[in-house]
Design a protein around this ligand. Structure first.
Ligand SMILES: [Zn+2]
Length: 317
């Protein structure tokens, strides 16, 4: 989950570090979240046409696709990692468009689904797929049961959409469908795709069930919502700054194994030096003298170069 309420629009633009994001002084004149779209950084990757114009698909390496939802405020990103024997679909977005059809047009291989965590914007297409790996952890198991419209509709208000809304989508009936977890994955487990081992590493903090996926062969780390170049949300009831600080250290321990971070929102292929900056940020936040702003009651915003941390106030260190 990238953001929880539209009242956070302005903050989102203030902290966005994308080359196309407006500067602080410009932020006040941004009327719509999509006024900064398209983000220029996507243009460097070949775009792959599919039959589903709700998604934009980019080939970010020989054997890796980013499946991006630029027309809804979350700007969620799923990744399809191709091995010689299997494909791994990392996150399934919001269940607005037909993700399964897109994936079928990208690969004929058997597809395994795994999620960076079980917030609704990362799991809502899970139900379409036959094989879903997951975690034997209460937060993940609860979210796999699905959510009713009353829970999800708040994220699908008209102002969260830009264009290309699928005709099959209705905010009135939108809900997370339940899905089965076919295999439990352990912390440190390796999923072998055929010449492409993918290590699953637990990094709780943003959510209790957050993981990174480390692809040493291709020197990539999929970071979900634990890093992307904007506001990182660590103040939810189920978030833990204390855990996140430890997890930032865990992420940093892979800095010599990867060159790029593949986030779950906004932009892809971020430089690995963000791992160092993220770790340093978690240390800085723990200094009572660190500059910050009160974002809202109970939420403090610490701004860094390229991202910010939104944490509980007082800090749950
Ligand atoms: Zn999330």
């Amino acid at each position: 989950m990238k953001k929880v309420a539209l009242c956070l629009y302005v903050m989102y633009f203030l902290v966005g570090c994308a080359p196309t994001s407006p500067s602080t002084t410009e932020a006040a004149v941004v009327e719509h979240w999509y006024d900064v779209m398209p983000r220029a950084s996507w243009a460097k990757y070949p775009q792959v046409e599919t039959s589903q114009n709700w998604f934009e698909v980019y080939q970010i390496s020989d054997n890796t696709y980013a499946i991006y939802e630029p027309f809804q405020w979350q700007e969620a990103i799923s990744y399809l990692l191709i091995g010689s024997g299997n494909a791994l679909l990392v996150d399934t977005l919001q269940g607005i468009g037909d993700l399964k059809t897109v994936v079928s047009q990208l690969t004929d291989l058997p597809v395994i689904v795994i999620n960076t965590h079980s917030h609704f914007d990362h799991i809502s297409g899970n139900y379409q797929f036959e094989t879903v790996y997951g975690f034997n952890q209460s937060f993940a198991l609860n979210n796999a049961k699905g959510h009713v419209n009353a829970v999800n509709a708040q994220y699908m208000t008209p102002d969260t959409f830009w264009k290309n809304i699928p005709s099959s989508f209705s905010a009135e009936t939108y809900h997370n469908k339940a899905y089965d977890i076919d295999k439990f994955v352990e912390d440190g487990e390796v999923i072998e795709l055929g010449g492409r081992p993918i290590k699953v590493v637990a990094i709780p903090g943003h959510s209790p069930d957050s993981v990174i996926l480390v692809d040493k062969t291709n020197r990539m780390m999929l970071t979900g919502d634990s890093f992307y170049p904007a506001s990182l949300y660590l103040y939810f009831d189920t978030s833990s700054f204390k855990d996140f600080a430890q997890s930032a250290q865990t992420m940093l321990s892979y800095r010599n194994d990867v060159d790029f971070l593949l986030p779950g929102h906004n932009e892809t292929m971020q430089p690995v030096n963000y791992l160092t900056k993220l770790h340093e940020a978690t240390l800085a936040v723990q200094n009572p003298e660190a500059p910050s702003t009160l974002e809202e009651e109970g939420v403090r915003n610490y701004q860094f170069n390229g991202f910010s941390l939104l944490v509980k106030d007082p800090l749950d260190r």
